[in-house]
Design a protein around this ligand. Structure first.
Ligand code: PLP
Length: 482
């Protein structure tokens, strides 16, 4: 909280930027929202953006760009090979992380594809605090296996533990010893652990993981896609980071990790991705996959204009005034909803506010997809689109049985520099209404279930007619309001 209000009751997060380009939004009547949700197969990914009032699906590629980013895009140097835009980006990577070697890739999962191809072999195990959907899909696609080693408190929904994304260090050592270091593809630390509610990892834990990896001569990899929020939390919640410059933290991490990769759709408010390292040998091992899957080494499948936006975005990712906006809005929303009694993942993390859907609809079994059902209900209730992060986002086991998620979450992402506080307040109000009417929410069943990453485009239908009942209750309570 950099700016204090005179009257404490007026205190809200204050934006240190102003909006200069706007996009018109529409909010359809509730009956239409119900029809649109059903036409989208109860999958929020399949809604059209024009039909959404608040798009809280993700922060990926939808953060607002700054004036300096859009200006930088004008100087893009279009060239298949040797573009000056790439060299400007490489210099920014050197400034921000201190790394000499950069491989561009079109987004985060493209980096994961390259890492999996280069370092995962059939039966190799990748250890991590927690999996991310695309990471696991790439690792298992090449025959590898994932073991998660987040500390047990990481998956307890309501908590005061400041760094719920931390790896259990003892378990990490034991697991490497049991498997044998030669059978570990790499150890991956995910900053701002996405699937457990955007929960941060402490600097202390990251550095200790890297020491363990060096001791056993196992590769350490940092997924820095959500590092911006994570650095905000390090500075707010970790004594040793309070007076460190953000750049010092980026440099320290890059010095200690063998490889860092990121989705620039998140880190740097842009589009694109990159793998960076200090180690020439590792760079050379991964390099051959870039022209094969992405494009030539100086564009990596990214439009050169976006490379310029990434470059400026990397510098902005050092600025605490920009870094704090997302987490402070998230904290505001989580606190409002918690005060209403809505079960939220706490402490507030990065990326978005996360509803604990298991506690929202406690009688609904995992195989009726409670988090997706709450998401469909929320779109009907308020034109708000969140994302299911629960059993539906899991992959089935190789024998076809369901793998029930450890947490059933409905994520309400807060893209950076996009929403106003009155919109966040509207969201809290509609969630509160839904919470008061939660007994109306029913389950979902498959109509079409894709075999891979099913949450992206699978289609489901309501079990029974609960959505029609929700609409009539809305009309009863809100009259002719949208
Ligand atoms: C932690 C993490 N890693 C990797 C990715 C994949 O990045 P992308 O969506 O750019 O492919 C994401 C995307 O949400 C993420 O949150």
């Amino acid at each position: 909280m950099a700016v204090k209000f005179y009257l404490p009751e007026n205190q809200v997060p204050l934006e240190m930027h102003k909006v200069r380009v706007v996009q018109k939004l529409s909010l359809h009547p509730v009956e239409e929202r119900k029809n649109l949700m059903q036409e989208a197969g109860n999958n929020t990914f399949l809604l059209h953006n024009k039909d959404i009032y608040m798009d809280m699906l993700t922060d990926s590629g939808v953060n607002a760009m700054s004036d300096l980013q859009t200006a930088a895009m004008m100087q893009a140097d279009d060239a298949y090979a040797g573009s000056e835009s790439f060299y400007r980006f490489a210099r920014a990577v050197k400034d921000v992380f201190g790394c000499d070697y950069v491989l561009p890739a079109h987004q985060g999962r493209a980096c994961e594809n390259i890492l999996s191809e280069a370092f995962v072999k059939p039966d190799k195990v990748t250890l991590m605090n927690f999996h991310f959907t695309t990471t696991k899909a790439h690792i298992t696609r090449v025959g590898g296996r994932v073991i998660e080693l987040v500390k047990p408190e990481g998956v307890i929904p309501q908590s005061t533990v400041p760094f719920k994304g931390d790896i259990d260090l003892e378990k990490l050592k034991e697991t490497i010893e049991e498997l044998g270091p030669e059978n570990v593809g790499f150890v991956r630390i995910e900053a701002g652990t996405n699937l457990i509610g955007g929960q941060p990892v402490s600097l202390e834990n990251m550095l200790a993981v890297s020491d363990i990896c060096h001791h056993y001569k196992v590769l350490s990899v940092l997924d820095a896609s959500l590092l911006q929020d994570n650095i905000y939390f390090m500075k707010k919640r970790e004594a040793q980071c309070k007076y460190m410059e953000t750049k010092e933290i980026y440099h320290l991490l890059a010095d200690k990790m063998d490889i860092i990769y990121f989705s620039a759709r998140k880190l740097g408010f842009a589009r694109g991705g990159a793998i960076i390292t200090h180690n020439k040998k590792l760079h050379d091992t991964m390099m051959e996959y870039v022209p094969l899957y992405e494009g030539f080494l100086t564009y990596g499948g990214i439009d050169v204009r976006s490379i310029e936006a990434m470059t400026q975005g990397l510098y902005e990712s050092l600025d605490m005034e920009y870094l704090s906006q997302g987490p402070e809005f998230i904290e505001y929303l989580v606190n409002e909803l918690s005060a209403y009694g809505v079960p939220m993942i706490t402490p507030p993390g990065g990326l978005g506010a996360h509803l604990d859907a298991q506690a929202f609809v406690p009688d609904m079994p995992h195989n009726q997809y409670p988090a997706a059902a709450v998401g469909a209900a929320l779109y009907i209730a308020g034109g708000i689109r969140g994302m299911e992060r629960g059993t539906l986002s899991e992959q089935r086991e190789p024998d076809g049985t369901e793998r029930y998620a450890e947490m059933e979450l409905q994520r309400l992402a807060i893209p950076r520099r996009v929403f106003t506080l009155s919109q966040v307040k509207y969201c809290a109000d509609r969630v509160k209404w839904l919470w008061d009417n939660r007994q109306l929410i029913g389950g979902l069943e498959w109509v079409m279930e894709p075999p891979v990453l099913r949450f992206f485009y699978g289609r489901l239908k309501q079990i029974g007619h609960w959505q029609e009942e929700l609409v009539s209750k809305f009309r009863q309570d809100f009259g002719d309001s949208l």
